[in-house]
Design a protein around this ligand. Sequence first.
Ligand code: S3P
Length: 166
Amino acid sequence: MKNIVLTGFMGSGKSSVGLELSKKLNLTFIDTDIEIEKDQGLLISKIFEKFGESYFRDLESNIIKKLAVKTDYIISLGGGAFCNQANIDILKSNSLTIYLKIPIEIILNRMTKEEIEKRPLFKNIENVKELLNKREYYYNQAELIIDTSDKNIVQITYDIWDYIKN
Ligand code: S3P
């Protein structure tokens, strides 16, 4: 089976859905942010602080290239990883790509202070809204788009499972 890739904005539930789906399908779960942190021995916030965003984006693209030759993984991407056309093309060539779509208002309501602090790009709320608007163009290239506004993790997982089955 091809990989299943979850994309969407920060706080859209990619990791929670990915974990749930990996249990349901009995496939290995990979979170690209966790892989990068393990590999670099640094938290994402520190990588941004020490080396800057473009360095982090290169690490993300490298992981995506490595995953392109694998199969049977459930992959949760960092929120910016699918916002680069080369990454999108690689991911779409070997994966079912899924966009978990959610309005910014719901994300802002859900995020705790700690969750915001973990994310360097989440510092300024006005910028965050603009960022999501700009990213829609990329996220919308996913094969499957699920509006998750009124769904919980179990329902979203079921929707994906149902799509795969058919
Ligand atoms: C980012 C999202 C984060 C993480 C980094 C940058 C982004 O991942 O990769 O802070 O550019 O949207 P999550 O989407 O898991 O929060």
